[in-house]
Design a protein around this ligand. Structure first.
Ligand code: ZN
Length: 1029
């Protein structure tokens, strides 16, 4: 994440051209930017047109054939449990699981214990508690049989009442149970004295390549391809060790460098330790029932693909392009066995601080599959390159022989296209079906009584006035306005008029354009009229008594107006549209909001909005929907207008300028970002992958035009996409595969551009390697999108079951097929240890939760977010980050632009982590909560909040005063830093125990039990029961 926030516009990086004259200086202005690795000195300059013949070794034809590489064998045997605790669950073979995302059996009854109903609302007490006592050596005993109810362990003395939980059958021999740091006796036996034998042997361990293989090259002396099977952690990412969290400690590994001692020479426990230690950190066995503190202190980082360093150095940033499995299974059978979803997550138009841009009359692409040349192709010689997707050998065009970076000829492998996995091309004319259209913005505003009453018009008009000059575009930019209630109003803004002219179309059955040529006007030529209109609009309707909303006809008018050019429609709607085409009826029954089982009406009531959206898509029009409403608006139906036209949806429930100022503030900030962010028009995105892989389902907002082509009338930097993939042909003789996303768009300045991202990943043949490469956040995000689809196509309960089963199935597969020595507990590889927690967080997320009141529109919006938000933002919405902020120090702080940003540790989402004498910040993505404990230190109250006592903290406080104290600047710097890292503006709510919002805050405590959902620990027990069946 760039520390510079989202202000920087793309394309600011160097532009590469082919002629010497167009290719001035610093091509890599800074090595701090995105994907611009430090460049070597270009020492190989060659005389123009006189390439030196390459050294023979570089052209060894044998290198073109990937030779077999010894597959690593993972010694996954584990030391048996050192403390001989009672066998918990006999490892039984799990029957094939159903109702997963992989095998659909919707009729399968849910495998879920009935939720406990008793619940005491969380009450916080003021002293820090240690409910997970770490001092006892008594292990928990779990019993799987259905016996008499036993009391739940008092695993939170703070908030959870101890209620019978018959479904769980926990036998607690003592009142305290250890989930945290196990006592020493439970952990791996340390060596009696002195340093242990070497634990990690990078060079000759079972995970390293065969001698000689390291030097095998893929093509010429270009990106060398080493075996893709290095399961050792890459040197840049040493295993993150937390001794307290490791029952089988391997933490000592890096410190001791002794000659290898064979396992046979060691005592049995040391041998076991040695074997264990050779496992990559990702595969370290974690007993989830024992290890409580699984969250890393900071952000969860994506796994690094096991590629040779020189390939990985060039790989696409995971912020832009990542895969659920960073090691691709060789066969679909193997993938099925892993029970993990295979898919890509993309943030293709993300704001980048550095982006190489190439101007070239020839864009080099594969003649067969049209793949853009990229860092992972191989050069057979200077004149030929082999496509990494279809393996066709292509000629290197003459023009490509010139390298604008070194300004020399004969080094095609050093061209920016071959050195950057993310690059942008300025496209020549063959990439245009018609001349690039100007930026066109149409605003469609609800002016019914209900809408005017909220006051939103003032905000929209004022923001537009403030940002009119910042709208992306050029001298050709066009703008127009439509307002509507039960009729449609167009505005003639033609140059020369003394004031804007309103034209009312009352025949909403057959909307026509009253003066087709003067409704969309050139912004720079007609700016004064536009400003006049924006200044007068809020007053024009202030006395309106019109209550009806003819949204459908207004959208039809917008479609007609923009059809010739395409462009962006921004619609503001505040109520259920009730007249004309697309009229809707209320479907939500408030009594059903807290349904324990299924939720109705998640799918659209009419196909009007989808059909219109597809018409819009065909004319390069995207429709963005701003829903500002206190009432039910049927977002499930309305949202289709944005979903299929590649628009976006914003939702501000209970919006009102006076009654809900925090929503207003959020809307203002979001709208400013919306108006000024980069935009691409007339876009298509194509995703290609290496032969054998196939893309089958897309998630996000778009229209699928052909199997791999998405139609995106608009593309914006805040949109995310996901795709599911399958393996159609075995990838047996491949070491790596590649994925390429190419986004062709018209910039707001009328340039046709292509942004290309290429991701390269290793292919593996063993299940353990697949698990080792699993990206838990990407897996969670893809499953979330799949679950949204399932909720609509089948039912919410079906989707919930499938989510739970995804965790059960993958952990079962791991247990039965990867672990060679069975041991008790709920076992997960370290890389997936957060998986059950994330699944539980999804089940409690507004989109999928049951039993608690969730308005239908809010639920549908949460589902839209899961499909649309890029991964990083999505994860915060699903699993917020909690920090203690009353005792922050500068230890480990970041220094950004001479500002010190403290980095407090991320805490588990449980009230146990709260204490009444502290202050805690929860980052929920779009909202920040600052909870103040009742006994919060006077220092914090005075130095940060500027009040003398807890009682004096005002209700509904939304801002921290700018006090001239260290504490104040520290926390403000931290909050500012959090806000800068996302394109939307999270509102801060400062809450106390009495605050209305406390319930929301508490609801995000994923690990705690709620009235209708299991606690994390109960959920783990449920998983364990299912896995052990
Ligand atoms: Zn190709």
């Amino acid at each position: 994440m760039s520390s510079s926030g989202f202000a920087s516009q793309n394309g600011a990086g160097a532009t590469y051209a082919n002629g010497l004259s167009q290719n001035p200086v610093a091509l890599y202005p800074s090595n701090q930017g995105y994907m611009t690795p430090p460049q070597p000195g270009y020492l190989n300059a060659m005389p123009a047109k006189a390439p030196t013949p390459p050294a023979p070794s570089c052209y060894n034809p044998s290198r073109q054939q990937p030779s077999p590489v010894a597959m690593s064998q993972h010694p996954l045997s584990l030391p048996s449990s050192p403390n001989h605790r009672p066998a918990l669950v006999p490892p039984a073979h799990t029957p094939p699981l159903t109702n997963s995302f992989y095998q659909q059996h919707p009729q399968q009854p849910p495998r879920w214990p009935p939720p406990a109903v008793n619940h005491a609302s969380p009450a916080l007490i003021s002293t820090p508690q240690q409910p997970y006592s770490t001092g006892t050596s008594t292990p928990l005993v779990f019993q799987n049989t259905m016996q008499s109810p036993a009391p739940l362990p008092p695993y939170s003395a703070l908030n959870n009442t101890h209620m019978p939980a018959p479904a769980l059958n926990i036998v607690a021999p003592h009142t305290h149970h250890s989930f945290g740091k196990p006592p020493a006796a439970l952990r791996g036996t340390p060596p009696p004295s002195g340093p242990p034998p070497p634990l990690v042997t990078h060079n000759d361990g079972p995970y390293s390549a065969q001698p000689g293989a390291m030097n095998r090259l893929m093509g010429t002396a270009y990106p060398s391809l080493q075996p893709a099977y290095q399961s050792v952690p890459t040197p840049q990412k040493p295993p993150h060790m937390q001794p307290a969290a490791q029952p089988y400690s391997t933490a000592a590994a890096p410190q001791y460098q002794q000659p290898t001692v064979s396992a046979a020479q060691l005592g049995p426990s040391l041998a076991a330790l040695n074997l264990q230690s050779q496992m990559p950190e990702a595969l370290r066995v974690v007993n989830l029932l024992q290890e409580r503190s699984l969250l890393p202190p900071g952000a969860v980082t994506p796994p690094t693909p096991c590629l040779p360093q020189d390939l990985q150095r060039l790989n696409c940033s995971p912020e832009v392009f990542r895969c659920t499995l960073t090691s691709i299974p060789q066969t679909q059978t193997l993938l099925n066995k892993a029970k993990l979803p295979l898919g890509l997550l993309l943030h293709p138009f993300k704001d980048l601080s550095q982006l190489p841009v190439v101007t070239s009359s020839t864009i080099v692409r594969c003649r067969s599959c049209r793949t853009y040349i990229n860092p992972f192709v191989s050069f057979l010689d200077q004149r030929r390159w082999k496509c990494n997707l279809c393996y066709r050998v292509n000629d290197v065009p003459e023009e490509f022989m010139y390298n604008p970076v070194s300004r020399s000829y004969g080094e095609p492998h050093k061209r920016p296209e071959v050195q950057n996995a993310t690059i942008e091309f300025i496209a020549p004319s063959e990439y245009m079906l018609r001349p690039p259209q100007p930026a066109v913005y149409l605003f469609v505003l609800d002016v019914s009584h209900n809408a005017v009453e909220t006051g939103y018009l003032d905000v929209v008009c004022q923001s537009l006035l403030d940002n009119l000059n910042s709208l992306p575009g050029d001298a050709r930019t066009k703008i127009g306005f439509i307002t509507f209630d039960s009729t449609i109003h167009f505005y003639n803004l033609q140059e020369g008029l003394s004031q804007p002219q309103m034209l009312i179309v009352s025949d909403i059955e057959d909307v026509f354009l009253p003066t087709p040529d003067s409704l969309l006007v050139n912004l720079s030529e007609c700016k004064e009229l536009v400003q006049d209109l924006l200044r007068s609009l809020p007053q024009m309707f202030s006395k309106t008594m019109e209550t009806q909303s003819a949204l459908g006809p207004a959208l039809q008018g917008a479609f007609k107006l923009l059809s010739p050019t395409g462009g962006r429609v921004s619609v503001f709607q505040t109520q259920l549209p009730a007249v004309g085409a697309g009229a809707l009826k209320p479907r939500e029954e408030p009594s059903q909001r807290a349904a324990v089982k299924d939720v109705q009406h998640l799918s659209p009531a009419t196909d009007f909005y989808k059909k219109l959206a597809l018409d819009c898509s065909g004319q390069q029009i995207a429709v963005d929907l701003f829903l500002l409403s206190a009432q039910y608006c049927d977002l499930a139906s309305l949202g289709c207008i944005s979903r299929y036209s590649a628009g976006c949806v914003y939702y501000y429930p209970s919006y009102h300028n006076h009654h809900n100022p925090s929503q207003t503030e959020r809307f203002q900030k979001d709208f400013k970002r919306y108006l000024t962010r980069k935009i691409g028009f007339e876009a298509v995105m194509r995703i290609r992958c290496t032969k054998g892989l196939s893309i089958h389902t897309f998630h996000g907002n778009f229209f699928v035009r052909s199997t791999d082509l998405l139609s995106l009338p608009n593309v914006n930097p805040d949109a995310g996409f996901a795709v599911q993939m399958s393996i159609e042909e075995n990838l047996l003789d491949m070491q790596v595969v590649s994925f390429q996303a190419a986004l062709l768009y018209t910039s707001s300045k009328g340039e046709r551009r292509i942004r290309v991202h290429t991701l390269c990943l290793p292919v593996v043949s063993s299940l353990s390697d697949i698990f080792a490469g699993a990206d838990v956040q990407a897996v969670t995000a893809l499953l979330a999108s799949m679950a949204v689809d399932r909720s609509v196509s089948a039912s919410l309960s079906d989707a919930r079951d499938a989510l739970t089963n995804a965790a059960i199935d993958s952990l079962t597969s791991y247990r039965t097929s990867v672990l060679t020595i069975q041991q008790p507990g709920l076992l997960s590889p370290a890389c997936l240890c957060l998986f059950p927690l994330y699944i539980l967080a999804l089940l409690k997320y507004k989109a999928f939760r049951t039993g608690t009141s969730a308005r239908l529109d809010e639920r549908v919006f949460a589902m839209c977010q899961l499909k649309y938000q890029p991964l990083a933002y999505l994860m915060l919405m699903v699993h917020p980050a909690l920090y203690r902020v009353d005792n922050m120090t500068d230890e480990g702080a970041l220094n950004i632009n001479e500002r010190t940003v403290p980095q407090p540790r991320v805490l588990q989402l449980t009230v146990e982590k709260l204490s009444g004498d502290g202050a805690f910040l929860m980052d929920h993505g779009t909202v920040l909560y600052l909870w103040i404990g009742r006994n919060c230190s006077p220092t914090f109250l005075t130095q940060v909040l500027g009040v003398q006592s807890y009682a004096a903290v005002p209700q509904n406080m939304k801002q921290l005063p700018e006090l001239d104290t260290t504490e104040s600047s520290r926390i403000r710097a931290f909050i500012d830093w959090l806000r800068e890292q996302r394109p939307f503006y999270p509102i801060l709510h400062i809450i106390k125990d009495e605050s209305e919002l406390k319930a929301e805050f508490m609801h995000n405590m994923t690990e705690d039990r709620t009235e209708s959902a299991l606690s994390y620990y109960e959920f783990l027990l449920h998983l364990q029961q299912q896995i052990s069946k």
